[in-house]
Design a protein around this ligand. Structure first.
Ligand code: SF4
Length: 101
């Protein structure tokens, strides 16, 4: 039996903290379309988004704050069938700047 000693690496949160984000003020690249009640898919984004961009407002509607978005596309795919999310890449020079992977 070998005795493997694996040094613990940095946590995901620590890696994400290395990234920087350039906000395109007033021009968010992701918008939630107006809705009365969010679909299950849109509601799921409040827990699925790795950057925590989605939140459930007191009004019962889902909101997005695209600052810090990792451009992973998860919300675009999950809500594709419902069309509740308008998704574009940020304009050139804006958005996430990956520093660690
Ligand atoms: S693209 Fe990814 S990180 Fe950005 S808002 Fe959607 S799920 Fe969150």
């Amino acid at each position: 039996m070998t005795d493997l000693a694996i040094a613990p690496g940095p946590k995901v949160e620590e890696k994400l903290f290395q990234n920087r984000y350039l906000v395109d003020a007033g021009k968010p690249h992701i918008r939630v379309r107006p809705h009365e009640v969010p679909s299950a898919s849109l509601l799921a984004m409040t827990t699925l988004c790795p950057a925590g961009c989605y939140a459930l407002a007191e009004s019962g509607q889902v909101e997005v704050a695209a600052d810090g978005c990792l451009e992973c596309g998860t919300c675009r795919i999950i809500t594709k069938a419902t069309g509740e999310v308008e998704w574009n890449y940020p304009r050139g020079g804006f958005g996430v700047l990956y520093k660690f992977g």
